[in-house]
Each structure stands twice: as structure tokens, then as C-alpha cells.
Design a protein around this ligand. Sequence first.
Ligand code: NAI
Ligand code: 2PC
Length: 254
Amino acid sequence: MNIQDQKHLNLQSDKSTGSLSNQDDDVTFIKESSVKNLLNWTDCVDAMESALVAISNTSQNSETEPFSSQTPRTFTFAGNKGVLLTMPGYASNYTLNSVTGSDKKHSTLSCKLVTSFSGNSQLNPAIPGILGTILLFNSDTGKLKAIVDGTEITAWRTAAVSVVATKYLYCDLSLKNLDGNMTGKELAIVGCGTQGRIHALAMLNYFPNVFIKVKLWNRSLNRAEKLKKELNALFPEIIIVIADSSILCVAGAD
Ligand SMILES: NC(=O)C1=CN([C@@H]2O[C@H](COP(=O)(O)OP(=O)(O)OC[C@H]3O[C@@H](n4cnc5c(N)ncnc54)[C@H](O)[C@@H]3O)[C@@H](O)[C@H]2O)C=CC1
Ligand SMILES: O=C([O-])C1=[NH+]CCC1
């Protein structure tokens, strides 16, 4: 949303949350930089875990159990330049344990709009190929409550779902049946674009003291080097190496 659009909606800045809210309509706009400040891995993984539980129950008739309703996403092609995806969804009776405890139930009605334009990486300056905007509605009245920049959320939630899968399909199994410990592990990241980067950050932040080494591979060396530098600064105790091939990257990794 550009500045003129914001003025048109008579949005006012809320310094405490970094959000912009239209007091007349009670529509809040949360821009990307504020979204980045609001996200953390514990809450994000918790939310994805709850969403997956709700998604697994589509019966729609529970007063108390989590359930969801989700139509297939639609694809609107903008010639051969890119595509606009619409992703509506409703989740009800879910908990966010890390935020509001296990008693409070939440419901969310929303629609995410995502564009995917592969040429964006060639722009100067480059912008992400995948951009998102999330519309949040009051789930009792259907009234629009918030417009949230969804680019960072889309990146985070994708990696957060991988963390949930790792937690249940790898860590539990590892602790119970495999080698019986969760330290000294090696993480392999194949591809160091948006998703490769955020997956590395998700795994290293959510599972502290688990990984001793991260192996990176990317088709072009410069992106692997950029991520190596970032991870070295954030996790100086972890060995970060660049593998010569994708096969060598995954060889021996956990
Ligand atoms: N960015 C996001 O938030 C989300 C992305 N996705 C999906 O994840 C995938 C990656 O997306 P991004 O990380 O955003 O893209 P990106 O453009 O940031 O990164 C793409 C990665 O793929 C590598 N790559 C591309 N072509 C290759 C080839 N022929 N051989 C080897 N490596 C190649 C690039 O070097 C780069 O590491 C896409 O399929 C996207 O649809 C899914 C959900 C969310
Ligand atoms: O599920 C999602 O949000 C996306 N899938 C591909 C691009 C974004």
C-alpha cells in the first residue's frame, strides 16, 4: 500500500505496535517492518501446530474441538509474468498455547493473496518473487479487521510447518528410537533463497543446542556465501560450511 492509499484510508500511526489503524472503520494495517518485529519462532510454530490440528478436522460441527474450512486456492495468471493466488481459510476453536494458554479458544477468518513473479529477482533493487497480503475478518460478523503484509509471514509459516514436522517426525523418533539424543546434529540446507534462509533460521532458533554444523549449498556460490555470513554472525558457536554439491550437502546430514 503506498502513502497515498494510506492517506485515502485515513490511517493513523500507532507507535506502540507499529501498526496503522483507521479509527472510524477499525481496520488495522500492519506493514512488513512491524510484522518482522512481531514474529517469533515459538509463537509461529505453536500457531502452525494448532492450524494443522484444525485442518485435520473438517467436520464443521464441533462447538469445542478445533476445525477448519478451506477451499482450494485459485490461480489467476498475469500473462506469462506471474500469478495471483487467493487462499481463503477459516479455523475455529484453536488454542495458541504460547500466547494465551491452553484454555482460550480462537477463531480466524482470513484470505491470503499471494503473487509469484519470478522476474522480481532481476529488478534493481530486487524484490522477493513471492509477495503476500493477508485480509483478516471478524469471524462473528465478517467485517474486515486488518490488512497485514503477508510476505514475511508466508516465509515464516512455511518454515514453521517444517519445524512442526521435524519436531514430531524426526525429534520424537530420534529421542525414542534412533540415537537417543538431540545434540551434535548436522543440518543441510539445499538452496539458499528465501526459503532456504528462513528454514535455516527456523531450525537453528527453534532447536537451540541441537546442531553443531550447518552445510549449505546453492546453485550460485554468492547466495550460499551471503547466508553463511549471516548465520556465522547469528550463531558463532555453530560450524557453517558451504558444500561443493547438493549431494555432498545432504551426505551425512541429520
Ligand atoms: N518464499 C516463500 O515464502 C514461499 C516459497 N514457496 C516455494 O518455495 C520454493 C522456493 O521459493 P523461494 O525460496 O521464495 O525462492 P527463491 O527464488 O528465493 O530461491 C530459489 C532457490 O532455488 C534455487 N534454484 C532455482 N532454480 C534452480 C535449479 N534449476 N537448480 C538448482 N537450484 C535452483 C535458487 O538458486 C535458490 O536457492 C518455490 O517453489 C516457492 O513456490 C512456498 C511457500 C512460501
Ligand atoms: O502457500 C503459500 O503461501 C505459497 N505457496 C507458494 C507460494 C506461496
